[in-house]
Each structure stands twice: as C-alpha cells, then as structure tokens.
Design a protein around this ligand. Structure first.
Ligand SMILES: [Zn+2]
Length: 347
C-alpha cells in the first residue's frame, strides 16, 4: 500500500513545513489522480501493484475524502454567517463623521487606519521654527490631523520670507509668524489645537519639551539647534531634524534614548560654511521637499508606520535631483547624550 503511505507522508510534510491546507490538499489530489490513472490504464502492472488497491477502491477513497472536505467547508461557511460581524476599527476610533470623511485616505492605509489616526489625534508635537521648513511641516501636520501642535518662533513675517514660506500670505507682513501660521493651520483643519509661542526654544526648556511626544526642529542657526538638541536629549523626547542650504537638504530623527545618535554625535562644532539662508541663499521649493519629508517622518513616528530615520540620514541634492541615505551612529563619547542610558527595551 505504497499509495496510502505516500498520502500520509504528504500530510506529515504539510504539517512540518506549515504549508497552507489548500496546498497540501492539492498535492494529495494530484497524487490520488495519478494513482487512479495508473490503476485504470495499467491494472495488474507491477507499478499498480506497488501502489496498491484497485481503481474502484481509489475512487471510493477519493469520494469519501471529497465528502469530508465539502462537509467541513459547509460547516465553516455556516459558522462565518452565524458569527457577528467584526467590530469596525474606524467606528471605534473616536472620530466624528466629519473626521472620518476628512481622513478617509489615511483610514484606508493599512499602516495608519483608524488606530493610527486616533494616535495622530491624541499626539502632542512641538514645532520649533515657523520658517521655510516649518511651513510645510505645520500645514501637513494640521492636514494630517495631529491633534495638538505648539509652534514656537519669535520672528515676524517679512517680504523676503514669502519666496519659500508658503504658509504665509502677502497681507500678513509684520505679523508674528506663530499667530499667522496657527491661523492658517486652523483654517485648514478646525479639528486640531494649535498653540502659538512667540519665543525661541532654549536648553532651559527641558520641562516644556518633556510634555510632548515629538519635537520638530526647522530653525536655521547652529547655536539654536544645538540647544534644542540638548533640551530634547535631557527630556528624552525624539527630535525630527532637517536642514537646508542653497540647493541641498538633509533630514533625520535623533533619539538617543532608543540607541540612535543626537545632533551633537554628528555635529560637534558649527560647520565651516554655517550661514543662515539670508546669507547663503536657498532655492524656493527646497524647504518644501525637506519640510514635507519631516512631516512624513513625523506621521510615521506617531503612528508607528514603516521604518523611521533613527540611525539614518537622508541627503538630498536639488541641483542634480539626487538623494542618498547614510548610516549615522550614536557616539559613546558624545558630550550631550554620551551618558544617557538607553530606555528599557531599546536596542
Ligand atoms: Zn549625542
């Protein structure tokens, strides 16, 4: 009865290799059909005798197995019909009908869905700098439904800002940037809270920063960035960091508490050519590219979607349309994060 043994071996193989039941069943059906054809075409041959049985026997066996399989499928179908429908995760997400409509394109994304959108709604984000990078960051965070955004900047809107800071309008010249940007964000999405903060963020703002899930730095001076980095490291809050100059930009996520570097691990001293946009110049659409990437990384970080930029930095060269990713590592001798212990469970 080699035939029966072969069937048993296929069943065991399917279990051991954890093959889908449908695959195992198909292989057995092919084997059964082969043995049946053998019995029908060459009855009494040495091969048919080795397989065992006869055509009628294999036909009966096939019919019995087919009946059992059909019966089990019927039972499963009846159970599915009798079971209550699964709870709709979107309905459970605490979103109003208007929000369900507004965020419909997020809700259909497998990586965000209702639970991710709820996380965005309850998230608290501090955006530092309402300039070229801050403009797309603020607009996309507002549009995405990030529930609580605080925007810190001590500057006012000027004519030379409008070449790239697309959140402002010409008639807002002279207005504090944070108020002008907050108004634009609320006009875009009235379902969020925006808090304008007309001042800079310094190293002393550790307690303020500790109240947020994420900080996004879109400022443009090395000294200011270094102090924001120190405050974020002290508070243990991740920092999405982007910078632009002329035609080039870079973006990453600093989070030494989870094993990634901080800004001081990579940039201990100001770069030789450190000059703000006012002196070095910057092409108008470049902050749109880098700022949008920062907003995208923020959405990913807050929803847990995909792979973030911790330990990696994306470099973009707009003049030649090139981008590349480099690995960046935490420096154990870093004067800012070198002594910070890893968070429990951090790699
Ligand atoms: Zn560091």
């Amino acid at each position: 009865m080699l035939g029966l043994w072969l069937i048993v071996m296929l069943l065991i193989l399917g279990r051991v290799l954890r093959m889908p039941g449908r695959v195992t069943l198909t292989m057995i059906a092919v084997l059964w059909a082969g043995m049946l054809i053998l019995q029908l075409t060459l009855p009494g041959s040495s091969a048919a005798r080795a397989v065992g049985g006869n055509a009628a026997g294999w036909l009966v066996l096939g019919a019995v197995v087919a009946l059992v399989v059909a019966y089990r499928r019927l039972l499963a179908m009846l159970r599915r019909r009798a079971a209550p429908p699964p709870a709709d995760p979107v309905q459970d997400a605490g979103l109003s009908d208007a929000e369900l409509d507004r965020y419909a394109r997020h809700l259909v994304l497998r990586q965000i869905g209702g639970s991710g959108q709820t996380r965005l709604k309850s998230a608290r984000v501090l955006v530092v700098g309402a300039g070229g990078l801050g403009s797309p960051v603020c607009l996309y965070l507002a549009a995405a439904g990030v529930g609580h955004v605080t925007l810190a900047d001590d500057d006012t809107v000027s004519l030379s800002n409008l070449q790239r800071q697309v959140i402002f309008r010409d008639e807002l010249r002279g207005e504090p940037k944070t108020y002008a940007a907050a108004e634009a964000m609320l006009k875009l999405n009235p379902h969020i809270d925006v808090t304008p903060l007309v001042r800079r963020i310094s190293e002393d703002d550790r307690d303020l920063i500790a109240d947020y899930d994420l900080v996004i730095d879109g400022t443009d001076s090395f000294k200011g960035r270094a102090s924001i980095n120190r405050a974020c490291v002290a508070a243990g809050v991740p920092l999405i960091w982007g910078s632009i100059a002329q035609w080039e930009g870079q973006v990453t996520l600093f989070h030494p508490a989870l094993g990634g570097p901080c800004m001081a691990c990579l940039f201990r001293n100001p770069p030789v050519h450190d000059a703000p946009c006012a002196e070095a110049g910057v092409v108008g659409a470049l902050p749109g590219v880098i700022g949008s990437m920062m907003a995208l990384e923020a959405i990913k970080h807050l929803t847990g979607a995909g792979q973030g930029l911790r330990g990696r930095m994306m470099l973009f060269d707009g003049l030649y349309g090139e981008s590349r990713m480099i690995e960046v590592a935490r420096d154990p001798a870093c004067p800012v994060c070198g002594t910070q212990p890893l968070a429990p469970g951090a790699a």
